[in-house]
Design a protein around this ligand. Sequence first.
Ligand code: MG
Length: 765
Amino acid sequence: MSGALMEAGWHFSSLCNSGMKPFSFLVLCLAFLAGAKGNDEQGDHITCDPNVRIIGGTLKKSNGNAVDSVLRFECPDSYYPFPVSSGRCWKSGHWFRSVYRRVTPICKVFRCPPPVLEDGMFSPLNISYSIGETVTFECYDGYELQGSVSRTCMKNGRWNGTTTTCDSGSQYCPHPGIPAGGRKSGLSYFIGDKVDYACNGGLVLVGSSRRECLESKEWTGSETSCQHRSSFDSPEDVAASFTASFTNMLGMTHTGDGKAPATTARKITLTKDTPLHIYILLDASESFGEENFEKAKNITKNLIDKIASFDVWPKFAIISYASEPVVIANLNNEEESSAADALDLLCDSDNAKYTTHGDKTGTNTHAALNKVLEMMVLSKIRFKDSWDKTRFVTILFTDGKSNMGGDPKVAVMKIKNFVKAEHNSEDYLDMYSFGVSTDVEKSELSTLSSHKPGETHWFTVQNTTELVKAFDKILDYSQIGDLCGVGEERPDATIREKYPWYAILEIPGAGKCSGSIVSPGWVMTAAHCLREVQTAESINRIMVTVGQKPKIFRVKDVHPHPQYDLAKMLPENIYQFYDYDVALLELTEQINFAKTGSRSICLPCTRETTRAIRKPFPGTSCKDHVLEMLPKSGTVPADFVKRDGRTEEVAYVTIKTADGVKEACEANALQAAEYKNVTDVRKVVTERFLCTGGQEDVSCKGDSGGALFINKKRRFVQVGVVSWGVINVCDAVKPDKQHARDFHINLFTVVPWLKKKLTHITFIN
Ligand code: MG
């Protein structure tokens, strides 16, 4: 349990305001253990074998050895529990049905079933294949090979790549393929022709068991596969398929580097303004278990937060269920359906607790789906103006073991039919299911999901840790359009992936400076970096390098702030005066964000930033931005990219904003060698500056001109331009960190100038 606890804390604690998530989870776990004890004492004295075991694996029990306790076996990677993966303590005092009672369960290693190929051959030929074995395919003359030329058996007992077919091109639809370990009936592929699939013994059919050749030359339904009952999707599979389907639905085009999964994208494209209704269902029944429920909840929080950061404004419904559904967030209630409100409810409301469901032995998926349908019907009235454009998503976390209330398939059909009747197309509905735990009822999971050509809508993952990993990759930021201030969040991302607006400037006479992309044609930097740039010839020689695959851009014109004047204070013997030390570079060509893997940073007091920080537009002022981003509360965490030789890293600093703290920071300016004769710090530190430094990271020479930025709601907003520092700690042998301070031009103080120069960006007042 401690591992799960750490994971919950590590990934998600920031999403609930109080930060008490790990604590309340601990309380729940303790209550859970206490409950187990109590039941043993007051039970009717029937208990199951406490020594039940699995050879080569581990097990978990939901309630000790008491009646109704659920038992789950877990095996190491590459293995699966055989012949049973779970049990329940029945009133008879047995964990398993009679057929399984005589054998001790064992963890067996996965093997892949044999591929099947018509009109071609493959080698080697075996009855089954061990992990790591590779099969190579070839088609007979006159047939063209589609899909993978060779496939390798993976550790989940499935083949990598895609189903191989040999197609003669003589039929109307292409060869529909035969899954490994399966068989197909039907040899004619003309319009209206159908093929049927079945799987060999011991394998479960997932996908469509019957497919029909359409006029569009596509087969109905989704690709069929035959899987081991206990095999899992790898996190990579889940992420790739879910992202393909889901980002497609959000209307985001694949602008990545070809890493997009090999699934066909649907043709309907959304705009950012298309209404989106997302229904999330959480199984809270005993077979799914509290640990999985809590993790699914945390994954949901993370997902809601991520979707909200995409600048789409979906409405959410969240429902948990065991014997009865319980509404956590109602889509038709204005106070519950926004991302922020749904998150709050998941964090704080009593309905979001596992204990809300008294009788957990029932799993009434049917009733939960009916609740969804009920909300959909009501939402038609509530949102009648945007109804005909609205798209629907359901995301279900379950083990697929419904046991009461009727066949969930019927409820799924009702939902599909409702959307289809309203929109005349199933394209407006996507139903995803995520099966967690070792023991998922795959056939049910499949019926609870959409079946669309070339897309995958249901997934089984070994445990929620794997699902967390998958969701970390889902909604990959590299695949969305041109939103400002979005950075890659993977822990192993490079600095340029995390901060894709970062630019390196090579400037005649100044050497290297830093900059930030503020729009495809504009880069911001410090004015003092341009001190030697006086002629068109020297402007031509400026080089701006951006992107993960670095590309150099040239500069058409430079625009230092008109009030910047390094020599202004010379009469007072101040030789360097950095007030208004900010400049814009106009590039000769627009940066292609998709191609270079770069992106602009958000600027304060713009419409786009208002949306990025999830404030109402209109209705939010520039002053609101100041209060949000630079509150006078003390110190505001901020970052800038720091370069040391060829390595780039992020500097973590704090902007001193509170009265007293700010002045104390600024006072250190007079420690600078250049200012040792200055008596009034106000003479050099004007109200244009933000102060950072002290016992934290400080900038070095080449960092000048870079963005000082803050992270708000998973988006980054530039609040300052790195201008000058008191001490060059990078060159110093024994840096005096106590007095090392950095000064940055506060962008809020130059908004009128930005507005005048960047006319293509919408600023707010
Ligand atoms: Mg259940």
